[in-house]
Write a protein of this length. Sequence first.
Length: 249
Amino acid sequence: MVKEERLQIIIDTLKKDSKVRLDQLSTLLNVSEDTVRRDIKELDMQGLLRAVRGGAISHSPVPKHYREREKHNQQHKQVIANKALRFLKDGQVVFFDGGTSVVALAAALPKDLMITVITNSFPVANILEDHPSVDVIFAGGRLHKTAFTTMGQETIDTFRKVRADICMLGICSLHHSMGITSIIYEDAQLNSIMINQAQKTIALSALEKINTVESYYVCPVTDVDVIITETEPENTALAAYRHLGIEVV
């Protein structure tokens, strides 16, 4: 089997299973584990997967730019937002990050809900500027033109000064053993602070982001109290998270 065929089989297997192991691929391809390891390294350098110890797992399939993400899987985001509403009560102080599922949640807030939202997301702030009952504290800083959020020390300082009841966290990638990760270093840093400053963290994640990994580490998955997806909680892809004691909605 030529190298190009091996690489394609690895990619196809990963698409089907979301993860591959060196020993399994070695048997499947009838080559040594060292050969498989080199193939995986090459695919990692091409950005087609994420090499991990003993194998590889998928990248998040979600587009990187906000303008593309906001149009991606809109129906799923609406389902996730509607599920998340039940966790919001009058009088709460809530962090909203820049995830597009969180933007959908902001748009779904009832007009009589009286909470305070701290956010670094321009789209969230724009949606809530006309909300009659939600107070908004916007965290200033440097504009990240791909994410449409603010970042930097000024942004960090704003979140560090607040003890929130809930952190509504839009997920880039989530894996039961590799934790929560992001494609943007500054975003990962800020998300970690938001989680630490909140009494409860709720991860809003489409199912396609589950069991994927990106470059920048946020926290272990057990730092999350609730995972909300568009599917039923009993979905087998979510079993590992239920086993860890995380509420799955």
